[in-house]
Design a protein around this ligand. Structure first.
Ligand SMILES: NC(=O)C1=CN([C@@H]2O[C@H](COP(=O)(O)OP(=O)(O)OC[C@H]3O[C@@H](n4cnc5c(N)ncnc54)[C@H](OP(=O)(O)O)[C@@H]3O)[C@@H](O)[C@H]2O)[C@@H](O)CC1
Ligand SMILES: [K+]
Length: 469
């Protein structure tokens, strides 16, 4: 997890830094980091003789691009700046750029525009930064579309133009950055973007402005040290209520994740008790929820089906005073019987919901998923639950604090990985950890396990177990 900041927070820190260092120094530092990223993207090309294209807007973001172009020019790169708004351009940066031998192009009617974009080895997007709100105006949008159609290495200055810096929403076209070089602090809207992210400090102190932070250092504490464990109950017992005749695998995956992550004690309650014990002899399994002993956390839903029997089991679990994680079929049932969640809310009980986008849309049909950060935050506020919106960048929120996870890889979007995630978070919840921490750390670990598995050339949810600890 990384700390992220809203534009308002960055601007507060920026005004302090501007007083101390002055605007030219900040812009030069920002531009230097952009030029470095562009040069890294050009590796494999002969630097002198390679071509860079700058998309330059009328604000400081365009100024950054021009200064970065000046630095590249001095390294021997052929640099052309496309001025999106020639009447409004950072004058000092443009003067330097021209002095260094940079070339300027104005206007789309120019016949060589297609050639210009087609030949560029690297394109630097300085159309708009944190001073603008998407959607992009038509002239800027057209330039972004041209850029996106090329195979050039794409570097975004501060934020990909067209992406909302706070929310990550992109209501129109947005620059498809290979790397975004962002200044001072990572903007919250960047966390959910694809592509690499580089943070350039530029000399401002954003520490007082952090809205979200979680790090790997919190995780060993959650996992506990078996050497100091008093007995099998002492770091909490999780009970998994999952699986059905149709989906026995969900029970095995979910229990397996918990057994492998924190093996103190894992219970199972449901129709797959015999199967679960066959796979995990260390699990304590029973056929009914009422037959399960005391647990410090519950996971309910994966593969349990949506029939009356599943609803009955869910209803019993929902009534438990301990933290409950609801996933998959459990979420579908909750969307059909919303009172179940309300009764937990009213009693102030801890709930974690882990929907993918389809389940989220069923639970919160009026929330707009094109802005996933805001949707997750709002859902958490409304449901008084920790909401984990799964996706390529999973978002975790309790309404007050929001995390975005960046570990993981594409194939984690495969069958069964969600069941593993539920088992991971459930077993962390059983430690008594704050539910937001348990959820954020669980998502982080699950993603990391996916990365390790992928690096080992393997795939498949059941293989994730071996890479969890
Ligand atoms: N934070 C830091 O430490 C540092 C910040 N720095 C940099 O400053 C940047 C912020 O610069 P900024 O405030 O000048 O605004 P910026 O993002 O360039 O946008 C304004 C321009 O966009 C235009 N425009 C507006 N809406 C639009 C739309 N929908 N579609 C199209 N165009 C639109 C608007 O036009 P206007 O509305 O004026 O007609 C104006 O021309 C920041 O992101 C970072 O790169 C670094 O230099 C130093 C360290
Ligand atoms: K930009």
């Amino acid at each position: 997890m990384i700390s992220a900041y809203t534009v308002a927070g960055v601007l507060r820190a920026e005004s302090v830094a501007l007083q101390r260092h002055g605007p030219t120094v900040l812009m030069y530092r920002a531009a230097f980091a952009v030029a470095q990223a562009a040069l890294a993207g050009l590796s494999g090309h002969l630097i002198p003789g390679s071509r860079a294209l700058l998309l330059v807007g009328g604000g400081n973001n365009g100024g950054d691009a021009l200064v970065a172009g000046t630095i590249l020019r001095r390294r021997g790169v052929a640099v052309t700046a496309f001025l999106a708004n020639p009447k409004q351009v950072h004058e000092a940066a443009l003067a330097q750029f021209l002095k260094a031998g940079g070339r300027v192009v104005v206007g789309m009617e120019n016949t060589s525009v297609a050639t210009l974009f087609g030949r560029a080895d690297v394109i630097i997007d300085g159309l708009v930064g944190i001073g603008a709100t998407p959607p992009l105006r038509p002239a800027a949008a057209a330039l972004v579309e041209l850029a996106n159609a090329t195979s050039a290495y794409k570097v975004a200055v501060d934020i990909p133009s067209g992406v909302h810096p706070d929310t990550g929403a992109a209501p129109g076209v947005s620059f498809a950055a290979d790397v975004t070089v962002t200044f001072g602090g990572v903007k919250t809207g960047l966390l959910a973007q694809p592509g690499e992210l580089v943070l350039a400090a530029v000399g401002m102190d954003v520490s007082a402005e952090a809205v979200d932070a979680c790090s790997l250092t919190e995780i060993p504490g959650l996992l506990g040290d078996p050497g100091t464990r008093a007995d099998k109950y002492s770091d909490g017992v999780v009970c998994v209520v999952a699986g059905s005749t149709t989906y026995p695998g969900a029970a095995i995956l979910c229990v397996g994740a918990a057994v492998r992550l924190r093996p103190g004690m894992v219970r199972y309650a449901g129709p797959q008790a015999a199967e679960v014990v066959r796979h995990w002899p260390e699990a304590v399994a029973t056929g009914t929820v009422s037959g399960a002993g005391r647990s410090q956390a519950w996971v309910v839903g994966p593969g349990m089906g949506t029939d009356q029997d599943a609803l009955d089991r869910l209803t019993v679990v929902i009534d438990k005073p301990e933290p409950v994680l609801v996933d998959a079929d459990g979420l579908t049932l909750v969307s059909r019987h919303p009172h179940l969640l309300v009764s937990r809310q009213l009693r102030g009980r801890t709930t974690v919901l882990t929907p993918h986008e389809g389940e989220f849309a069923r639970l919160f049909p009026d929330l707009d998923l094109s802005d996933r950060l805001t949707a997750t935050r709002t859902a958490a506020l409304r449901s008084h639950a920790v909401v984990v919106l799964k996706g390529s960048a999973t978002i975790i929120s309790d309404g007050a604090h929001t995390f975005v996870n960046r570990t993981g890889c594409g194939w984690l979007a495969s069958a069964g990985t969600g069941d593993v995630l539920s088992g991971v978070i459930g077993s962390l919840l059983a430690t008594g950890a704050p539910p937001l921490t348990a959820a954020a750390a669980g998502v982080f670990l699950h993603g990391l396990a996916g990365e390790r598995l992928h690096a080992a050339g393997l795939a498949g949810a059941s293989q994730l177990w071996d890479h969890l600890r």
